[in-house]
Design a protein around this ligand. Structure first.
Ligand code: PLP
Length: 384
């Protein structure tokens, strides 16, 4: 039963909560995008994005969800008939393959059991075996399974070959270290509604020098998602088409919040929240789904005899807390608690407490408070 007055908590892996600074900025009257006021905002945004991606190259911005940025990465770097390697360990890895297929790019799948990270040595072997591979597609943080891949090691391997490394960093950017230049990630794709703490609607692509060379040779069709056209406009603090002005105004605020907190502290906070969440659920006797959990979202196996979907539904309807269930073959088998973006210690306590009450109500044997206590032990680090 829904309570008459119910406070809402958004703890799903995107969209994520939005800080009030960004909400207020986005609520101001819209400004014109071909005017100096916009250009000065966009100049700040460009600089903030370069700092966040840890790159000296331009980070291109498109008005689309994250998938648009993924499509842009494919159509700007490849040509029909090119062969690529696609790491598939979840829904988002599969998406890279689907986009390649839609554009006639031949992909070799490297399938990884869901919940496991890819072994970078397998990527190395695939590249050694097949010298015709033009690009490697990976998902840094596989949101569907709650798994973090070792992008740094993968980048070290791929950067020594002629292949490009194209990475989905949608739920790692602003959450854990993503050092695009230092690691050698050629195209990194992100979106606005995860670690960047904004509504959905912006996609970001960083592009390395090695990738820019390929952009010049790419023959796949493109019109809106044209890297070269955007780069030319960005140099003038402009965009090829009408940008998502309000979202960019919000982005200036969230980039500034990230800068004020400091990247190292942002990563440390996500790590702490993720460890507290894991400690909380495992103290209740639950099992983590992933062998290499991402600091963005914790995937938890639903206990035997309890449907993961029912846990999600009860948390939403009775407690006002939105988490996510499992997708595809994981439907009903897992539930996922997000702790990325504008999230702090007591959001985790709220979620674990509501989970305890929910599970107890379903007849799952637990000691009320055990999960909260375990989470608090982690959250106390450096605070007491
Ligand atoms: C959310 C997400 C995306 C982008 O999805 P959109 O719905 O298009 O924004 C891509 N990759 C991962 C890993 C994600 O979590």
């Amino acid at each position: 039963m829904k309570r008459p007055m119910q406070k809402k908590y958004l703890m799903a892996p995107g969209p994520t909560p939005i800080p009030v600074e960004a909400l207020q900025a986005m609520g101001r009257p819209i400004i014109h995008h071909r005017a100096p006021e916009y250009e000065s905002i966009f100049s700040e945004v460009r600089q903030g994005l370069r700092a966040l991606f840890q790159t000296s190259n331009e980070v291109l911005v498109f008005a689309s969800s994250g998938t648009g940025g993924m499509e842009a990465a494919v159509v700007n770097t490849l040509s029909p008939g090119d062969r690529v390697l696609v790491v598939r360990g979840g829904k988002f890895g599969e998406r890279w393959g689907e986009i390649c297929q839609a554009y006639g790019v031949e992909f070799v799948p490297l399938d990884v059991e869901w919940g496991y990270p890819v072994d970078p040595a397998l990527i190395e072997r695939s590249l050694e075996r097949d010298g015709s591979i033009r690009a490697v597609f990976v998902t840094h943080s596989e949101t569907s399974t709650g798994t973090l891949n070792d992008l740094r090691t993968i980048a070290r391997i791929v950067s020594q070959t002629p292949a490009l490394l194209i990475a989905d960093v949608v739920t790692s950017l602003g959450i854990t270290e993503v050092a695009v230049d230092a690691w050698g990630v050629d195209v990194a794709v992100a979106g606005s509604q995860k670690g960047l703490m904004l509504p959905p609607g912006l996609a970001f692509c960083s592009v390395s020098d090695k990738a820019w060379e390929r952009v010049g040779q790419s023959k796949l069709p493109k019109f809106y998602f044209d890297f070269a056209a955007e780069k030319k406009n960005m140099a003038k603090n402009q965009n090829a088409f009408t940008p998502a002005v309000s979202l960019l105004v919000g982005l200036r605020e969230t980039l500034s919040l990230i800068q004020q907190e400091g990247l190292a502290q942002v990563f440390a906070r996500h790590d702490r929240l993720a460890r507290a969440t894991r400690a909380g659920v495992t103290a209740l006797g639950l099992e983590l789904f992933s062998r290499a959990p991402t600091p963005a979202v914790t995937a938890v196996k639903a206990p035997a005899g309890i449907d993961g979907g029912a846990i999600v539904k009860t948390l939403r309807e009775r407690h006002g807390i939105t988490i996510a269930g499992g997708q595809s073959q994981l439907k009903g088998k897992i539930f996922r608690i997000s702790h990325m973006g504008y999230v702090d210690d007591y959001d985790i306590i709220t979620a674990i407490s509501a989970l305890e009450i929910t599970l107890a109500g379903m007849g799952y044997p637990l000691e009320l408070g055990a999960g909260v206590r375990a989470a608090e032990a982690i959250l106390m680090e450096g605070k007491a």
